[in-house]
Ligand binder design. Structure first.
Ligand SMILES: NC(=O)c1ccc[n+]([C@@H]2O[C@H](COP(=O)([O-])OP(=O)(O)OC[C@H]3O[C@@H](n4cnc5c(N)ncnc54)[C@H](OP(=O)(O)O)[C@@H]3O)[C@@H](O)[C@H]2O)c1
Length: 275
């Protein structure tokens, strides 16, 4: 990967940018419109939203105002837990599409593995995919056992698994499983929501390459074959988080970052969430 617009190819041939902008906790209205426009101006082509973020309308507005052809963009949204099930997922999808004011989304994800429901939800995603309403389908917050269980009945293997991943939660076993099954792993909260940026090891490595700790973390993900979607509402950080293609971490520094893993989460464990 050499530039911000470089892509990974999903198992169905669809191309997905390695870097996107996340918009969780970005306010609907001016804030999300501005952030998405700054990102597209800076060269981002991928935006990650979700029904539950309540900012799909603003994402759609920004896409129109940015003036980049629709087919050059990669838009992800997700079905929320309350809407899981076959019919309710199909309705939730229509609602998201209407809010985004788009004809299709590039990637539709099951947001969390709601027990007893995610297989029916997956059947709805398979229908949307076969009907050409979405270019790719995937899951989020699935452990290996959730993926195995889903794949027992699925017709289509998920193309993506979006999970919390950062140097304190490196998810190496899951990454290996995803690679073996042609599932692209995607890191949410790649910066651990900002908590990791003062870590002395990351600061030291960043100084060595004349980059920032955020850039070092995101580069570590890319070199591991993981897609990243850092969130920022600040133009200079949106640019900083995309400036990842003029350096390469050595094998030794990759190992040092791997060594920071503590299996520590900032978000809930997918085996134990109640929403
Ligand atoms: N599937 C899921 O269940 C799930 C869960 C959580 C998140 N996500 C997705 O993943 C995206 C990213 O995760 P996230 O938003 O939780 O956290 P994140 O990207 O790890 O971190 C975002 C935080 O770091 C700050 N920040 C960003 N770039 C920075 C930089 N270069 N230097 C210093 N601080 C920086 C941001 O502040 P400012 O905005 O003030 O710059 C914000 O407070 C979300 O937006 C969402 O799209 C998905």
């Amino acid at each position: 990967m050499k530039s911000l617009q470089d892509t990974t190819t999903l198992h169905n041939g669809v191309k997905m940018p390695w870097v996107g902008l996340g918009v969780w906790r970005v306010n609907e209205g001016e804030e999300v419109v501005q952030s998405v426009k700054w990102a597209i101006e800076a060269g981002y082509r991928s935006i990650d939203t979700a029904a539950v973020y309540k900012n799909e309308e603003g994402v759609g507005k920004a896409i129109k105002e940015a003036g980049v052809p629709r087919e050059e963009l990669f838009i992800t949204t997700k079905v929320w837990n309350d809407d899981q099930g076959y019919e309710s997922t199909l309705s939730a999808f229509e609602e998201s599409l209407k809010k985004l004011d788009l004809d299709y989304v590039d990637l539709y994800l099951i947001h969390w593995p709601v027990k007893g429901k995610y297989k029916e939800t997956w059947r709805a995603l398979e229908k949307l995919y076969k009907d050409g309403r979405v270019k790719a389908i995937g899951v989020s917050n699935f452990h290996i056992h959730h993926l195995k269980d889903l794949m027992e009945d699925a017709e289509i293997v998920p193309m993506v698994n979006q999970v919390e991943t950062h140097p304190r939660l490196s998810q190496k076993e899951l990454l290996q499983f995803c690679k073996e099954n042609n599932i692209q792993m995607e890191a949410w909260s790649p910066l651990m929501q900002g908590e990791l940026l003062g870590d002395p090891t990351l600061v030291e490595i960043a100084n060595k390459y004349k980059k920032t700790p955020a850039q070092v973390i995101l580069r570590w993900d890319l070199q591991n074959g993981v897609v990243v979607i850092p969130k920022s509402v600040k133009e200079h950080r949106i640019k900083e988080n995309a400036d990842l293609f003029d350096f390469e971490l050595s094998r030794e520094d990759m190992k040092k970052i791997d060594g920071l893993n503590l299996n520590k989460r900032v978000g809930p464990d997918p085996d134990n969430f109640n929403f």
